[in-house]
Design a protein around this ligand. Sequence first.
Ligand code: ATP
Ligand code: MG
Length: 420
Amino acid sequence: MSQTQDQTIAAPDALCVLFGDQALLSILAALAHEEEETRIVGGALRDALFGRTVREIDLATTLLPEAVMARAKAAGLRAIPTGLQHGTVTLLAGEKTFEVTTLREDVATDGRHAEVRFGRDFRIDALRRDFTMNALSMAPGGRLFDYTGGLADIAARKVRFIGEPARRIKEDYLRILRFFRFSADFGEGPLDSAGRSAAIRQREGLVRLSRERIRAELLKLLCARRAVEVCAEICADGLLHPLLALAPNPARLRRVVAIGAGSPQDPLLRLSALCVTLPEDAERLRERLRLSNAEAERLEAAARALRGLHGLNEPPSHEELLGLLFRHGRQAAIDAILLTQADALPGHEGEWARARKFLIETTEPRLPFSGADMIARGITEGRAIGEALRELQTRWIKAGFPNDPARLAQLLNDMPRGAK
Ligand code: ATP
Ligand code: MG
């Protein structure tokens, strides 16, 4: 083996607890072999060292993918050939899934895809990973292997490229976005300066990435712990604009997050905060980030609701809020009020919070009339029914969305009758 003693240490308790997982132990037992080695790698070790919940455990192995499949099956585990040509097999133990990937070495890279061959050297496998904090590996006995200084960087909360950033970015431009995301999630302080300047110099490469990959990374970045700081930093470097094809407004994102009403699990709200003001902006993002219809419609509805609110420095009246609920629905009304507050001068925080609470708790008004009411009044022609209903709706809104029967009867009575 190529690793030297100084790169291996006894794993700290934060990592050894991973071996308490019975499903993991059954997989390691199935793959155990005198001449082969399987280790936990990457994100699980990083997350455990940061005290985060470990959601998935990835394994790297010297076993070839077919051998992984065969050994897993022999041990009664389900094995799915997820990406055999890349060496990845998914193993199922109990409820859990584990990705087991044969060690790889890059042969050629073109900025998006890598041509790989299988290898047997964990150090080489570590060196082709992106950041030092993502390149640790741990053997079943509890030995931890750190070929790139990842432990020190985790302790210092530094997200650093392995090797020369410019070269690593040229191999795969997605790493620019991963650099931002991991810095936002795990880093502290400004971006690593070598990584940052390499990202700036090579930002042209971002447009070569598929929109799906940009979308996925960007939405993860927006939910990261320090999304606000990192977005402000990369925006100042001109790195957000080409991704969004819209002028980003990181100050507005900061205010929406500071208001604290949006959950970090809601990347779409954060995306709106960052760059949606008009419905056309939502349309542009749909295209640029390949948003689903539901996602794009959420952004667009918020922008439509926002139209009547631009420039307000305090929340609208309850009646106007009811109007928002009626015309745009609850989600759009809530989103729009949050964005309006973020755009407003500071102040009236309690009133804004009450407005949001009102929108969350109030039943969405529904027009209590239908075509049948018009027909009953002698209006029979289709278009005329539509027009009369619209007129009645305007009057009902003007009257403040009443729902008591006497008031509704009066509104109906005040409408002109059709010919008998
Ligand atoms: P998370 O799943 O929480 O986003 P992760 O670290 O598990 O974080 P994955 O995308 O699942 O990230 O990748 C697993 C590991 O593969 C990473 O920890 C890293 O070592 C390596 N890796 C992933 N993408 C790249 C890349 N574009 N370039 C180099 N190494 C990568
Ligand atoms: Mg992962």
